[in-house]
Unconditional design. Structure first.
Length: 275
């Protein structure tokens, strides 16, 4: 890795969150945890100089490697020449997923994600790339802990609920700082996501709207944070106490609350802030 950086005169960009995995044991471990088998279709975001890409290809996978930095994309094409690797120079934040994972069958995502865009990229892939059923992702520890958190956990927040809508999430291991070039200033973890069916009978945008409003001031009671959105009748129907706080509710609670609010909207102009 260091040799390649020197050979091509490339300096990692902090703005792009470029911390490359330089340890072969680590990339092989990621491939094992991801359960990549011969013939698998793998999407990799932030492929960099290809250490993980090469390990995926060595496992027999067909890889679509997405890299924003065109300098790195050019090097990656050279280092993966002759392998079942397609290098796509594109921004994962604006990528047209229909062009990457179409009707070619199920796929998995395995990636060392740029930490500054990890959450929006993954949420967008969960929404727009239904062919990707499993994800094994390296992210900043604090981010990973938010993804897998549940009610009662210190890291639990709006992102935790949104992740739970799309997938079952769990921590799959830690990654030491010393395997990266350059070495990051934060700790890293591996997170496994297994896509599951979204809840039925309720609009996702309605649920997420309540979640975002509730967690905007997470320490306040829901009757205040959701004033004008959820009336007393809806709280009662959903079995959610108006005195609860956002951090007390599971995904299932939010789903019931959104469905009840749709059936029994608060009276127009009502603020429902009775103490």
């Amino acid at each position: 890795m260091v040799r390649l950086l020197s050979e091509y005169g490339i300096r990692p960009s902090r703005a792009l969150g470029q911390n490359f995995v330089a340890d072969p044991n680590t990339v092989e471990r990621i491939v094992r945890i991801a359960g990549v088998e011969p013939g698998a279709r793998v999407v990799e975001i932030g492929a960099g100089l290809g250490s993980l890409t090469l390990a995926l290809a060595a496992a027999g996978a067909s890889v679509v490697a997405i890299e924003l930095d065109r300098r790195l994309a050019d090097v990656l094409r050279e280092t993966t020449a002759g392998l079942a690797v397609e290098v796509v120079a594109a921004d994962a934040m604006t990528l047209d997923w229909s062009e990457v994972v179409s009707a070619q069958g199920p796929a998995v995502m395995v990636a060392n994600l740029p930490y500054n865009i990890a959450t929006p990229v993954v949420l967008r892939a969960l929404e727009d790339a239904s062919a990707i059923g499993r994800f094994t992702l390296m992210v900043q520890r604090e981010v990973g802990e938010r993804w897998v958190a549940g009610p009662g956990d210190d890291a639990f927040g709006a992102v935790s609920v949104k992740m739970a809508w799309w997938a079952a999430a769990r921590l799959a291991g830690s990654v030491p700082r010393g395997v990266f070039v350059p070495q990051p200033r934060v700790d890293s973890v591996l997170v496994s996501l297994e896509r599951r069916a979204a809840p039925d009978g309720v609009d996702r945008r309605a649920v997420f709207g309540l979640v975002e409003a509730g967690f905007a001031t997470r320490r306040k009671m829901l009757r205040r944070t959701l004033a004008g959105m959820v009336g007393e009748a809806a709280f009662e129907e959903a079995g959610v106490a108006p005195t609860d706080r956002a951090e007390d509710l599971s995904l299932e609670d939010w789903v019931r609350l959104a469905a009840a609010a749709h059936r029994s909207p608060p009276e127009r102009g009502s603020r429902d802030v009775t103490t």
